[in-house]
Design a protein around this ligand. Structure first.
Ligand code: ZN
Length: 657
């Protein structure tokens, strides 16, 4: 562990708060120090208020901000005197504390101050840094962790036994600070939780943190307990896509909402999941109490979800009984699953959340292995973790929880997704909370959208094997398939029947009809396992009901595709899978229409391009986004009892009406 402090960068910083931002980001950038929202930092500065009085203000990390990306606005300015006064109270329930912290802000729009704000205020130094560094947690999370910490740090740090974070921890530390126990110390170790450093300059406080963590790392190295080697091992049979979908369906039912389930089969995931001591080492608890909110207390080992839920309910009942407040049980579904035959699965209501769980648990796996090779891995007892999981402020969040986005936790497949209607569908589905597996012949699809919820795969839908492989990749990334938008299609050059080549005819049938037939055959078994019922949307054409001369191949292929969708609606209804068709017309912002073609067509009808684009009953232009909006509605709540429908999206076409 080395300092990343750069004096030249630091010299450009305006003031102490900027320095605070800079060194907070240095901490946040190293996942061995800080993970996803973990850790917090502060600085004390003097400011003049509107009356001209000088006040001491604590700028402390605001909740909802990550140290890695924090900005000035991420620090909540709290009046120091108010915090110190709060620390003299004998008792302060944490929900009341949160309210008092807000009242002490100098800026009403600031984020909620960290729950450790009072503790930061109590530490007399200007800069205070707090992390849950892996190396320190590894050493302390062993049976003789306390002795080892003393062995490493001697009396250069203050060691505080575990106390629930929040006001209780602040009170515990205040008692020790009042006794002068912090004098001459360069840090503070909170057992089973993390580490604090402090100093009067940003650089010194940061570098003390690095030194403290480096000392633990060196200790582990010297005892051959640092390097973790994950061997590839022999490949396990793995789970089939169908097994993954079935697993996700049961897990989603348990969680009460569709969930994203990411499957990991790399050497670390498989190596850890197939350790002979897995049952023991994985069931101790998380490395630091914070993680319990994301990963739950323990992972599921194997595949028995029901048994896990029963154990979770027992844990809840047992611990809720000793708490006076009325508690609402969280869903009993696991967030981490370790299965020797599969590897690791991580779950969340979004792909982003599942990825955070993955990162946390990857660090935990290394940490457990290191602690095991040092001595043995120990975590906090269940009751202490329960108190964090069911902390009053976390419970309050449940009450005020906003309804999620309409497709949150669902997974949609979109073909022909690199442009036009397909791309508009992918973008709208993402905006509405879905994960999107986007297929296209164009390589551009792989880099279309940078998001953990998006997986772009180059795929020719006329090749069955490419489609099968893309579906497997999508299911490995997200866990299932809820929605399929069958959009990919071609519009061959206009020709009268007598001069229409057989190649053109066959190409239209191959892409517009055969490929969709093959795709439907392949997706049905996954769609029927969608937790809220599968949905397929077929993109037809106005030409189905109002064909145009010269478009025989196109019109016939789309008409046959529509008929296929109608039969699918009949056959798949019993599985709860809905199949509906949209018939767009004259969508000019797709790849097919260039400005030149529009102009040429308009001229042949004696219209301007604008008149031509609006030549429908409503005199309105239809965009890809308009079509995508109809497709999303058809997949949504309002149409949950509709199947086999055909919806025109064409501004009104006289021949269709
Ligand atoms: Zn902490």
């Amino acid at each position: 562990m080395k300092s990343q402090w750069d004096d030249r960068t630091a010299a450009t910083l305006r003031d102490a708060v900027d320095e605070r931002v800079y060194s907070s980001r240095l901490l946040g950038a190293d996942s061995m120090l800080v993970l996803h929202g973990g850790g917090n930092t502060s600085v004390k500065v003097r400011e003049r208020n509107i009356f001209g009085d000088e006040e001491e203000i604590l700028y402390v990390k605001g909740s909802g901000w990550d140290l890695e990306t924090i900005e000035r606005a991420g620090f909540a300015p709290v009046r120091l005197q108010a915090l110190l006064r709060l620390s003299t109270l004998r008792e302060l329930p944490d929900d009341r504390m949160a309210l008092e912290l807000r009242k002490a802000l100098t800026t009403p729009s600031a984020p909620d101050p960290s729950v450790e704000a009072i503790l930061h205020a109590l530490i007399p130094h200007r800069f205070v840094d707090h992390t849950h560094a892996d190396a320190v947690l590894t050493v302390m999370n062993t049976p003789s962790g306390g002795a080892r910490i003393r062995e490493i740090y001697g009396d250069t740090v203050l060691v505080v036994p575990y106390v629930m974070p929040g006001f209780k921890l602040a009170r515990e530390c205040k008692a020790r600070l009042d006794e002068g126990e912090l004098a001459g110390k360069r840090g503070m170790i909170l057992m089973s939780h993390g580490v604090f450093s402090f100093a009067d300059s940003a650089k010194e406080s940061y570098e003390r943190m690095i030194d403290l963590v480096d000392a633990a790392e060196s200790y582990l190295r010297s005892r051959a307990a640092w390097t973790v080697a994950w061997e590839a091992g022999k490949p396990s049979p793995g789970a089939s896509s169908l097994e993954t979908c079935a697993f996700r369906r049961e897990l989603s039912r348990m969680a009460g909402a569709p969930m994203i389930v990411a499957t990991h089969t790399d050497p670390q995931a498989r190596g850890f999941a197939s350790r002979p001591d897995l049952e023991t080492i994985s069931q101790q608890g998380p490395a630091t109490p914070d993680h319990v909110l994301r990963t739950k207390r323990v992972p599921l080992v194997g595949g028995d979800l029901r048994a896990y839920a029963a154990r979770y309910e027992a844990y809840f009942r047992e611990n809720a009984a000793r708490i006076a407040r009325k508690l609402t049980m969280l869903d009993p579904a696991p967030r981490v699953i370790l299965d020797a035959g599969v590897g690791m699965r991580t779950c969340g209501t979004t792909a982003r959340e599942a990825r955070i769980v993955e990162h946390l648990y990857r660090h935990t796996m290394d940490l457990i292995v290191r602690a095991t090779s040092l001595e043995a891995y120990r975590a906090l007892q269940a009751g202490d973790l329960f108190d964090v999981e069911y902390w009053v402020l976390e419970q309050a969040k449940l009450g005020g929880k906003k309804a999620g986005k309409p497709f949150q936790g669902e997974i949609a497949l979109v073909t022909g997704a690199a442009s036009g209607i397909g791309r508009a569908c992918a973008e709208k589905l993402l905006a509405c909370g879905a994960c999107v597996v986007a297929l296209d012949r164009s390589q551009a699809v792989t880099e279309l959208i940078a998001s953990p919820e998006f997986l772009g795969i180059r795929c020719d839908v006329t090749h069955r094997d490419e489609v099968a492989s893309a579906l497997d990749q999508g299911i490995e990334a997200f866990g299932g398939l809820d929605i399929a938008v069958l959009n990919a299609g071609i519009f061959p050059e206009s020709r009268p029947i007598e001069s229409l080549s057989e190649e053109t005819w066959e190409a239209a049938m191959r892409v517009n009809l055969d490929a969709n037939f093959s795709l439907m055959r392949q997706v049905h078994r996954y769609l029927r396992l969608a937790p809220n019922g599968g949905r397929a949307i077929v993109v037809g054409s106005k030409n189905v009901r109002a064909p145009g001369p010269g478009a025989a191949a196109y019109s016939v292929s789309k008409a046959a595709l529509t008929q296929l969708a109608r039969v699918a609606a009949l056959e798949w209804g019993a599985d709860g899978v809905r199949v509906n068709v949209v018939h767009p017309n004259a969508v000019f912002d797709t790849g097919i229409w260039t400005a030149g073609i529009v102009e040429e067509r308009a001229k042949s009808y004696g219209m301007t391009p604008d008149q031509y684009k609006r030549s429908n009953v409503l005199k309105t232009e239809i965009t890809s986004g308009d079509v995508a909006a109809v497709i999303l509605d058809l997949c949504g709540e309002a149409f949950r009892k509709v199947t086999g429908a055909q919806v025109p999206i064409d501004g009104g076409n006289e021949r269709v009406i």
